[in-house]
Design a protein around this ligand. Structure first.
Ligand code: 2IT
Length: 451
């Protein structure tokens, strides 16, 4: 990935020096900067106002200690993060990730991506992200609750319905959001349920929020196939993961009559040539998640399929590859295999699933790449719809939320395609998403002055 513009090069070099120990963050910034070259070339004034430096520097980074007592009476100490990256178009908004790999680099890359993603939804949402290196695997319900309470006891002072609105991500689902909301309410002693999204329905959650990331991804993909004039029914899909995002994606693809042939976990993958398409199989993904075992092998055992231990699903031939697990699940080595398999479409669903060189290789090889910050935006968009319902103190029907979600995803696709076209880049959804997001954020930042 080569950047030619001298201002951009200078800013990037500065960030690389300052944040040398944050590889995921550097990767995310470099990927976005590459797409913005044509835009920056046309606006030499950005340099004087330090626009790129400001857009790549979080407004605020909060890191804190979380002490809690496990079931054996042992004190455990974890580290918590909240990165309030950019608040130029709305309150900071983005999920919390509980995973042992969580660190500042990951929190910053996620928050940076979230800023652009949230702008693409055209809803009033700034960008933020956070989480902890807490490992929920094998923890009892009581331990998870105590951890969530300890986490919120520190975080509550930094968030609010008009300040910063966290939600779920890897390791954080409705159960964790419930425990965190309970603790927030206990400390603040007010009913402010718009402070978190992804809540249970009984206390202000939105219908379709659990399905939204996966459904939105398929609505977006459907727009790509429409553009390419191909029938989704004739396509095979390789998915990774088996969590919430994989589940929602598989559910909607089954409804569209498309065939999902792989799922995976940290332990390996399962090839299901008949399709992960019956209600029994799709429901089983939910069971696998709530078991807390984090094993894709359980699916193979349950449905009598061979299990490919320690391998990624990308060796299976599929028309469409939809990574749904985590960042950097496709590096150059896997990209070569995917291209050799004859795959035509890479629809990124998890945040930053492809390394920058893998993404470039796909595009150079003529594959269509849809970037995660556009494809998975249905999750946060539906969180914004949850916030609207909380503010109005009403609840929309599933049909109402789903219709809004579908319209938002079509708009994101169309706006990205248009932005790419406008800058003479053809149908480049990667550049298009970055440019469309940047246009909105930069306009607001310029209007709001030097802050
Ligand atoms: O990556 C994401 O967009 C999320 N984890 C969801 C964020 C949200 O606020 O719903």
């Amino acid at each position: 990935m080569i950047i030619i513009n001298s201002y951009m090069k200078e800013v990037l070099e500065k960030i690389k020096k300052r944040d040398a120990h944050e590889p995921e963050f550097l990767q995310a910034v470099e990927e976005v900067f590459k797409s913005l070259e044509t835009v920056v070339e046309k606006h030499p004034g950005y340099q004087k106002m330090g626009l790129l430096e400001r857009i790549a520097e979080p407004e605020r980074v909060i890191a804190f200690r979380i002490s809690w007592v496990d079931d054996s009476g042992q004190v455990q100490v974890n580290r918590g993060y909240r990165v309030q990256f950019n608040g130029s178009i709305g309150p900071y908004k983005g999920g919390l990730r509980f995973h042992p790999s969580m660190n500042l680099s990951i929190a910053k890359f996620l928050a940076f991506e979230q800023t652009f993603k949230n702008a693409l939804t055209c809803l009033p949402l700034g960008g933020g992200k956070g989480g902890s290196d807490f490992d929920p695997r094998g923890r009892s319900d009581g331990e998870v609750m105590r951890f969530c309470q300890a986490f919120m006891t520190e975080l509550y002072r930094h968030i609010g319905p008009d300040v910063d609105v966290p939600a779920g991500d890897i390791g954080v689902g409705a159960r964790e959001i419930g425990y965190m909301y309970g603790q927030y309410k206990r400390i603040k002693a007010v009913w402010e349920n718009g402070v978190l999204t992804g809540k249970g329905l009984s206390y202000g959650g939105s219908l379709i929020r659990p399905e939204a990331t996966g459904f939105g991804a398929v609505y977006y993909a459907a727009e790509v196939f429409k553009h390419e004039k191909v029938d989704i029914k004739n396509l095979t899909f390789a998915l990774s993961g088996f969590g919430n995002v994989t589940w929602g994606t598989a559910l909607k693809l089954a409804e569209y009559g498309a065939k999902v042939i792989t799922i995976s976990g940290p332990d390996g993958y399962v090839h299901d040539p008949d399709g992960v398409s019956t209600p029994e199989k799709i429901d089983y993904l939910t069971e696998m998640r709530s078991s807390g075992r984090d094993k894709a092998e359980d699916y193979a055992t349950k449905f009598g399929l061979p299990f490919h231990a320690g391998k990624k699903p990308w060796e299976v031939k599929a028309d469409v590859v939809m990574p749904c697990a985590t960042q950097n699940e496709i590096a150059m080595e896997e990209a070569k295999q995917i291209v050799a398999n004859g795959t035509k479409y890479i629809i990124e669903v998890s945040n930053m699933p492809c390394s920058n060189d893998a993404m470039e290789y796909f595009q150079k090889s003529g594959l269509i790449v849809a970037p995660s910050k556009a494809v998975n935006a249905g999750g946060v968009a539906t969180s914004a719809l949850e916030m609207s319902q909380n503010s109005m103190r009403i609840a929309w029907t599933a049909e109402e939320v789903d219709a809004k979600l579908k319209a938002i995803m079509k708009n994101i696709h169309d706006a990205s395609a248009k932005a790419s076209e406008e800058f003479g880049l053809g149908y480049d959804l990667v550049a298009g998403a970055n440019i469309a997001g940047f246009k909105k954020i930069s306009e607001a930042m310029i209007a709001e002055g030097i802050i």
